[in-house]
Design a protein around this ligand. Structure first.
Ligand code: SF4
Length: 356
């Protein structure tokens, strides 16, 4: 099939079938950027309420830049991949401080900003500024590999260039924003990963995968995602209605969010044993009452599977209580303060089920 014919069929399909989504009704780079960052690794149905909440609370980049990181993380809570929220905030500050609050208009300037990679730079440049910058995401890999029989392994970084070059040739025959939206939407609702609607597809006569029955083999992706197992043991110190939490400072998942005192193991362990092993002065154990471990809470991230248990801890007296709090750098929060803190969804689930 000629490139021009494919593109024009794609655009016709898009006009008839696309979903009406709020970020498609604007060419404001701020709103486009928000939607793209929120929707990375997130389904539209899950991301939409977050997009609306961010637009309402931060109607322009200035409000976002002036907010505290804690507030941004709190609004982001539940979306996961919290480094995206931190970068969103850093990027807003940088645009306000160095670009007078206006988004740069070219791919090469956009990609210099925090948290803006190849995909987001291409999306903003094409949707907001009509630049011919092809976007490459999982949908585009799938559609192009199936349709044109591109058999390169998409787990290999340089394959992205092959797909970009191919997409750039197709893009010449349509407005850049329309083409990018159309090919991604086609992948999202027509040429889907598991059950592509090939029988009703407007390009099936020309499709390499359809004619060779290779839809489920394409795109080629060899790298296996081997998730690391982590066992989290949370020790929940309480005093009356106050709970003790700490901010996660180290470079790891959930940086900047709040959780309880945590010990970690790469294998399953007895919560009392791991605690005894990790105390500088094991005599402190005599001053504590450790509750029964909670049921296991499981939380899956892309490269990590977390199995968590929570143990409530009571201290025998004020001194033991202070020792414990200081040893683990914990801060006391009331129920309403805890509610306002940005927390991993795992902690939120525990609080809802077991505490509040
Ligand atoms: S025929 Fe099937 S595999 Fe080919 S582009 Fe259409 S939906 Fe995708």
């Amino acid at each position: 099939m000629e490139n021009s014919a494919f593109t024009s069929t794609l655009i016709t399909w898009y006009r008839e079938h696309h979903r009406d989504l709020p970020w498609r009704r604007t060419n404001d780079p701020y709103k486009i950027w928000l939607s793209e960052v929120i929707l990375q690794q997130t389904r539209v149905s899950q991301g939409l309420p977050y997009y609306l909440a961010f637009c309402e609370r931060f109607p322009s980049i200035l409000e976002l830049a002036n907010a505290s990181e804690q507030e941004v993380l709190r609004l982001w809570q539940g979306l996961g991949y919290y480094s995206r929220a931190r970068n969103l905030h850093r990027c807003a500050k940088q645009i306000v401080e160095h670009h007078h609050g206006k988004f740069p208009t070219t791919y090469h300037e956009l990609i210099q900003l925090p948290g803006i990679g190849d995909y987001t730079a291409s999306a903003i440049a094409s949707f907001a500024f009509m630049r011919t910058t092809p976007v490459i995401d999982g949908n585009v890999f799938r559609v192009l590999s199936r349709m044109f029989g591109i058999l390169d392994d998409i787990a290999v970084p340089k394959t992205r260039t092959t797909f970009k070059e191919h997409s750039a040739k197709l893009m010449k025959y349509a407005a850049p924003d329309q083409y990018n939206q159309a090919i991604m939407e086609f992948g999202a609702i027509q040429c889907t990963p598991k059950q592509p609607k090939c029988a009703q597809c407007p390009v099936n006569n020309f499709c390499y995968a359809y004619s060779n029955e290779l839809q489920h083999r394409l795109p080629v992706k060899t790298k296996k995602n081997t998730a690391r197992k982590r066992y989290f043991y949370y020790y929940v110190l309480k005093s009356g209605s106050r709970l003790f939490l700490k901010r996660r400072e180290h470079k790891d998942i959930w940086q900047g969010l709040y959780d309880f005192m945590l010990l970690e193991s790469s294998t399953e362990m007895d919560p009392v044993t791991i605690l005894t092993d990790n105390l500088a002065d094991p005599r402190i154990m005599d001053q504590l009452v450790i509750g029964e471990p909670s049921a296991e809470y499981r939380h899956k991230l892309t490269h990590q599977h977390i199995n968590a248990r929570f143990m409530e801890i009571e201290a025998a007296d004020e001194k033991a209580f202070d020792d414990w709090q200081q040893a683990f750098d914990l801060q006391a929060y009331s129920k309403s303060e805890v509610h306002e803190l940005p927390k991993p969804i795992l902690i939120n689930n525990y609080l809802k089920a077991d505490i509040f």
